[in-house]
Ligand binder design. Structure first.
Ligand code: FAD
Ligand code: EPU
Length: 362
């Protein structure tokens, strides 16, 4: 079941060519348990704590790395351990009441396939999240978001395999510590839990969310009424007009987070840079468009070798073919430095760099 020395190029949307010492897929929790039991202890000199994806046992006998669709990771070296690709599929309605339907999806289901299932059944809530690459299992890990909606808005619970205790655990929303592209699975419990299924709470009667970005404008252009299907199509049109398709150009979406700053700092920056783009948050802070900051520093469309900054969306770093993870990291460091120099703001990387890049953040 476990393969040796496997190229991960086709398993990460950046298209970086690194190798995994061991590789396996799993289609069920039972298969996952069997693989974990059979994993040979590694004798490598890779220090497990230097990796983003931690070992599967607390005694660190072997290193285990969980992979979904590979659309939010950047590998910077070969993986001296075992990569396990989650392929648990299945989508089923498990409950409903007057207002909601509760849908459970396997962690290995493609996210957009799940969104299409909801659209086909008129279950509302995920239409603004159409076409986000990757799998269901990583969606709570990242608290994925787009066009005014985050997964926390439709999240009910998830099941995850605890590699420390060797058992399945259920997490409800309050247990997950959701934040902007954050959850407990990304920090406090990093590397400990393998998410096996996620249950979503979807509306039978839709509440439309069209105020964000260019959705309304796009609906008008489409000459289409407001339905969840049309909103999803509008989102798809906007996304495909500016985000590079990983099948054509390697990338992992936004490479950095949009920085959150105080209203006071925003006012100061606005005085100096009137064009700065910021969105008011409910906590009184302002979220800045990092793409604009990066563009102002002259990076948009920049290319060095096969590493580049996308010509239509400066927040997205790209691999035109044979860039290494380190080429992309190097460019990201130069971008962080120039944004810091010009605006006094430190951008944070959003993509999971494996192993994590140090020193951080610059
Ligand atoms: P992977 O890249 O495989 O893994 C990401 C992290 O999650 C890794 O640390 C991995 O170990 C961990 N992980 C994966 N599966 C599991 C599991 N089952 N259990 C435990 N840990 C797990 N994101 C957004 O939020 N909004 C967007 O609009 C958006 N647009 C994008 C556009 C493009 C073109 C691309 C390429 C990416 C975009 N992304 C966006 C980022 C990406 O799609 C999401 O982060 C997605 O959720 C990643 O899913 P994945 O299955 O590919 O995760
Ligand atoms: N902008 C520029 N120059 C650029 C890029 C953007 O001026 O090169 C400006 C745009 O004109 C716009 C503003 O910045 O006024 C925001 O741009 P956009 O709507 O494209 O969104 P974003 O803030 O760059 C975020 C998410 C995306 C998500 C979109 C839509 C983050 C880090 N990124 O991008 O998520 O799809 O909003 O909601 O929060 C991802 O996480 O990988 C991702 C793609």
């Amino acid at each position: 079941m476990i393969q040796q020395n496997i190229s991960l190029k086709k398993f990460n949307t950046f298209g970086v060519d690194v190798y995994a010492k061991q590789f396996s897929t799993f289609q069920s929790v039972e298969e996952l348990q069997e693989i974990l039991q059979n994993l040979k202890p590694q004798t490598s000199n890779l220090k497990p704590q230097t990796s983003n994806l931690k070992p599967h046992t607390s005694n660190l006998k072997s290193q285990t790395y969980i992979l979904g669709g590979g659309s939010n990771i950047l590998f910077t070296k070969n993986i001296d351990g075992t990569v396990l690709k989650n392929e648990i599929t299945g989508i089923e309605k498990i409950n409903e009441d007057a207002e909601y339907v509760f849908i459970r999806a396997g962690a290995g289901e493609n996210w957009h396939v799940f969104v299409e299932y909801c659209l086909n059944n008129n279950y509302a809530g995920v239409e603004n999240l159409a076409l986000i690459p990757g799998n269901v299992g990583a969606s709570p890990m990242q608290n994925i978001g787009a066009y005014g909606v985050e997964i926390k808005d439709v999240f009910e619970s998830l099941e995850a395999f605890d590699m420390e205790k060797n058992e399945l655990k259920t997490f409800h929303k309050a247990d997950c510590g959701f934040g902007y592209r954050e959850s407990v699975f990304k920090n406090k419990y990093k590397g400990r839990f393998i998410i096996t299924s996620v249950t979503f709470r979807l509306l039978k009667k839709p509440v439309f969310n069209t105020s964000y970005g260019a959705i309304e404008e796009e609906l008008e252009k489409m000459n289409a009424g407001i339905t969840i299907q049309n909103i999803a199509q509008a989102v798809i049109n906007i996304r495909t007009s500016k985000l590079p398709d990983p099948k054509v150009i390697g990338n992992a979406g936004s490479f950095f987070k949009n920085p959150e700053i105080s209203n006071e700092l925003h006012q100061n920056l606005k005085n100096k840079f009137p064009g700065i783009i910021g969105y008011d948050l409910s906590n009184g802070n302002v979220k800045l468009a990092a793409g604009w900051l990066i563009e102002q520093c002259g990076w948009k469309g920049y290319r060095k070798g096969d590493a580049g900054c996308h010509s239509k969306q400066a927040l997205v770093l790209v691999n035109y073919g044979n860039a290494s993870g380190n080429d992309i990291i190097e460019m990201s460091t130069r971008i962080i430095e120039s944004v810091d120099k010009r605006f006094g703001l430190l951008l944070e990387r959003e993509v999971n760099v494996i192993p994590p890049h140090h020193p951080s953040p610059i």
